[in-house]
Ligand binder design. Sequence first.
Ligand code: FPP
Length: 236
Amino acid sequence: MQSEADAPKSFHVAIIMDGNGRWGTRQGLSRADGHRAGAEAVRRCVEAAPGLGVTTLTLFAFSVANWRRPDPEVAALMSLFRAYLAADARRLVENGVRLSMLGRRDRLPPDLAAEVETVEAASAGGGRLSLRIAIDYSSREAIVAAARALGGAATLGGLERLIGEAGPVDLLIRTGGEKRLSDFLLWECAFAELWFTDRMWPEFDADDFGAAAADYRARVRTFGALPPKAGVLQPA
Ligand code: FPP
């Protein structure tokens, strides 16, 4: 296991935590049990992230589209977010994790919104890992809101400041076998490296996270330019 001291250049990882429901059903459990097991995977990844060189971790916990799920599942998820914040706030602060929430807050149960604010304030000084949890989040809505705020003066830099304040995503991971972005961090993922796995989110562990990080580090990122040492274009 890599220590923080020799960890590679810091990077921003975003994760679409897919497969809780299927994992629960396949285990003969409920979908809500799958989400509960998913919360344990969140804990494992938050713990492993700094050692892998991850300085920002953005997790997709609930999309705007997820309100279309049956009421009991939505309620179970909201309770789980509340329980996670209540149970882990102290550990996050002690470990230098700064928590912030992306997405709309006005439709959340008021006690959850209040708990988010409390943990955000308590963990604001955390400098080891920025943990961003997206709840009631839509990337397209975030882009529209930023463009509206800038009006006719919208520029690449202005939008970058409003939408991408946490910096671009370097590595996007999606578990659960699907290969799509599902309206998550579309702007921030403009040049992200993508990594998909068939493992369901509750199965995802520090070794999987390490494998994704190692794969990312082995990639050559050119951002549209030529790879280093590719040489100068020879005349035809
Ligand atoms: C997608 O899997 C997952 C979600 C909609 C919820 C994500 C929530 C957690 C991982 C719970 C804990 C989160 C925190 C931040 C404590 P799915 O249920 O849609 O999977 P399926 O495709 O198998 O149905």
